[in-house]
Design a protein around this ligand. Structure first.
Ligand SMILES: [Zn+2]
Length: 320
């Protein structure tokens, strides 16, 4: 019997929903991309992080995804031909690995020059728990609150476009920035992801489950991916990277790349992703799964599922 009493409310929520990870955020970006080249004619939403009127009359010039963030470029005008082609290219290239969403096409390089395009500004969207994007529809309540009221989620930002469609952003942090903070070599879904660099980061004397969640090294990896790849590689979450054999670390990185790629493909096809250990009670060998909150001493603790039999803890050998 499962008993949730004593588990903080936040963690009970976390059991049914995680913050969107790389593949999900990439899917969100593909929903916004078709609006590149369209003008914003009406703005709504509850956000206080930006002034809504700043978006009125602006054209969407670009949309990129990096790790768990989406960057949308707004400007006073667009080059219609260039944008129409680009928009099409993005839709066609939706299948992974999608260079279109990670590397700006060459024809836009001049647009990114601030001198030639002084009014181009980027909005960065970072999604929280239940963060999502809807196109031409609003999200509906999936469950009632404590009092039994069914209240639909409140949109943070709604953008209506001249062509008639609209995009709705839910539960996200929205910030203006001068340009996307891009390091594709650390982005798990980027074709430029650098496995050797990842290996160096993973070899640190820290628990691997904490290193994997570090967005500076594994941008796009979230709690579900972390749990799954540790299980697939047979690595205990608390093993120190510095104590693991290099082949094991390489296997872990390979699983990270293949699992996130597969997840993105499932997303694109609208299919659910199969999990091996995340939220499971038993592993496929029939061993009982352990669930523990693990995180850095001063940081956020995340629920971690692992099989203590299949994922043996590697410990330092006793000094002789
Ligand atoms: Zn097991």
């Amino acid at each position: 019997m499962r008993c949730n009493r004593g588990v903080p409310f936040f963690w009970r929520l976390a059991q049914v929903s995680e913050m969107p990870e790389g593949p999900t955020v990439r899917r969100f970006c593909s929903l916004v991309s078709p609006f590149v080249g369209q003008q914003v004619v009406k703005v709504g939403g509850s956000t206080k992080q930006i002034a809504l009127q700043d978006l009125m009359g602006q054209w969407i010039q670009d949309c990129q995804v990096h790790g768990k963030n989406i960057y949308v470029a707004f400007g006073g005008s667009v080059t219609p031909e260039a944008t129409a082609e680009k928009s099409e290219e993005k839709i066609l290239n939706d299948d992974p690995p999608s260079e279109a969403t990670t590397t700006p096409p060459p024809d836009l390089s001049s647009l990114q020059n601030e001198e030639e395009n002084p009014r181009r500004k980027w909005l960065r969207f970072h999604f929280g728990l239940y963060g999502s994007i809807r196109v031409n529809e609003f999200a509906r309540a999936k469950q009632g609150n404590k009092r039994g009221d069914w209240k639909d989620p409140t949109p943070r930002l709604i953008l209506h476009f001249s062509a008639g469609g609209f995009v709705v952003f839910y539960n996200c942090r929205i910030l203006w920035c001068s340009s996307p903070d891009v390091e594709p070599t650390c982005d798990i879904l980027s074709p430029e992801f650098d496995k050797e660099k990842a290996l160096r980061a993973l070899s640190a004397p820290r628990p691997v489950c904490i290193i994997l969640m570090d967005q500076r090294h594994f941008s796009g990896v979230g709690n579900i991916i972390k749990n799954e790849i540790l299980f697939l590689a047979g690595v205990h979450p608390l093993s120190l990277g510095s104590l693991l054999p290099v082949e094991t670390l390489r296997a872990l990185i390979d699983h990270a790349v293949s699992f996130t790629g597969e997840w993105l493909q499932s997303k694109t096809r609208g299919k659910p992703q199969h999990y091996h250990i995340y939220m499971k009670e038993y592993c496929h060998m029939g061993h009982e799964v352990v669930k523990e909150s693990i995180g850095p001493p001063l940081g956020l603790k995340r629920l971690t599922w692992y099989c203590p039999t299949c994922q043996e803890l590697v410990q330092r050998k006793e000094q002789e």
